[in-house]
Design a protein around this ligand. Structure first.
Ligand code: HAM
Length: 415
């Protein structure tokens, strides 16, 4: 007996209504804003993530599913979507298209993390990326899409946090201040943060350990070190969000766990939850395309895990539309009736009616019980007498009322 690997989940038929609902709303909101769908491979060259996601990130350091294929190439199951989209942008010459290029995607994402509620080793992500526009209008649009998506789903209990972590020009002064602040407190840091102090000081603000979080409260804030351009960008973003009536809080400790971010970073978190349960995470990555070998091209986007969205749909008691289920069960008795049933069910499906036909000979009672167990509202019954008279019996499963009708009237009646 095998089980699904640790940290993975099977999406069973009973769950599908939630998944289809979320996917449909995501696609719908993207269409509202003029984003086009892109589907990319599940694995990429390992170097894409080492360079793109960043060598100092937890993802690259300890979470990637990397393997060598039979040709000796090092490949990695996608640990996030953004570098892949940038790779495709470069590979297909999207810089020649009207800018910005606005894309959305759905993809399984793989990270070797410690599994817990809402945290999996394979999760499914809805993401968007807008490439080729640096203006804060773009930042506001991307955040607007995330908020409208949650609103379309009916989710109400979440909060938007934004921050600006500056650009390569102004960031070094903030990092210097952070390093000085943390060096004086190094003895009280967790072992991971001691390493972060050497490698990527910004990530110290992001630590989830209570001791480190307490120290982070008074740490130098990136917004106090922004250059004029970054400050202007951040102010504009805030004014556009206000224009859109999108409530937000500036959270100076929000830095996000990926190396490529510059200027705007944002997260949407469910109310009364810790940041581990973040619903949507995103930000601007103006240097990423250049890091991957392209011309300087600004970009911004977000990612959002289906599993966490669905967890919150359930928590908020949101009812989702059911996946279309069979409309009619076809019961038969005897070989001639079986043949007639095969023909009639085929005709009904051609008329777009969803039909389940009985299989293996059973008593009529057993067949109807089966229809009931499947929750199918109507049954058609056909025996040798009906075959001879050229009719069928249509039964309402809830009331047990039956009427005899001509087979050619079935489709119309069932519709
Ligand atoms: P991220 O914050 O690593 O960002 O992930 C985005 C979202 O994916 C999270 O907010 C969460 O909903 C979901 N997620 C992440 N890890 C897990 C997990 N282990 N289990 C379940 N859900 C998870 C990115 O991946 C960036 N690529 C987002 C982005 C796009 N930034 C700019 N463009």
């Amino acid at each position: 007996m095998y089980n699904a690997p640790r940290g993975t989940t099977d999406i069973l038929p009973a769950e599908q209504a939630y998944w289809r609902f979320v996917e449909q709303k995501a696609a719908h909101v993207c269409q509202l804003f003029g984003y086009q769908r892109i589907d990319l491979p599940i694995f990429e060259d390992t170097g894409l993530f080492v360079k793109g996601t960043g060598e100092t990130t937890d993802i690259v350091q300890k979470e990637m599913y990397t393997f060598e294929d039979l040709g000796g190439n090092s490949l990695t199951l996608k640990p996030e979507g953004t570098p892949s989209v940038c790779r495709a942008y470069l590979e297909h010459g999207f810089n020649n298209l009207p800018q910005p290029v606005k894309l959305y995607y759905f993809s399984p994402i793989f990270r070797y993390e410690r599994p817990q509620a809402g945290r999996y080793r394979q999760h499914y992500q809805f993401g968007i990326e807008a490439l080729g526009e640096a203006d804060a209008v773009m930042d506001a649009e991307v955040i607007n899409i995330a908020c409208q998506f949650l609103a379309l789903l009916g989710l109400k209990r979440s909060n938007l946090f934004i921050n600006s972590i500056g650009c390569p020009q102004c960031r070094p002064t903030h990092h210097k201040a952070l390093r000085e602040y943390y060096t004086g407190r190094v003895d009280n840091l967790c072992p991971d943060c001691k390493i972060r102090l050497e490698r990527n000081v910004l990530r110290l603000l992001d630590c989830k350990q209570p001791g480190c979080q307490a120290i982070a409260v008074d740490a130098p804030k990136s917004i106090d070190y922004l250059c004029v351009e970054c400050d202007d960008h951040f102010q504009k973003l805030q004014s556009y969000l206000s224009l859109l009536a999108i409530p937000f809080s500036v959270n100076p400790q929000l830095v996000r766990g990926l190396d490529y971010y510059a200027r705007t970073v944002f997260e949407i978190q469910p109310e009364e939850e810790k940041s581990q349960s973040t619903l949507v995470g995103g930000g601007r990555y103006d240097g990423l395309i250049e890091t991957l070998g392209g011309k300087p091209t600004p970009g911004i986007g977000f990612g959002c895990g289906f599993e966490r969205i669905i967890l919150n749909l359930r928590k908020e008691g949101i009812i989702v539309p059911p996946v279309p289920s069979p409309q009619v069960f076809f019961a038969f008795l005897g070989e001639n009736a079986c043949q007639e049933a095969i023909k009639l069910t085929a005709a009904l499906r051609n008329a777009d009616i969803r039909v389940v036909i009985a299989t293996s000979p059973k008593s009529l009672k057993a067949q109807l019980r089966h229809a009931n167990n499947l929750g199918i509202p109507k049954a058609v019954i056909i025996g040798e007498d009906e075959v001879k008279s050229g009719v069928v019996v249509l039964r309402d499963m809830a009331t047990s009322q039956q009427k005899t009708i001509k087979p050619q009237d079935l489709a119309e009646l069932l519709k």
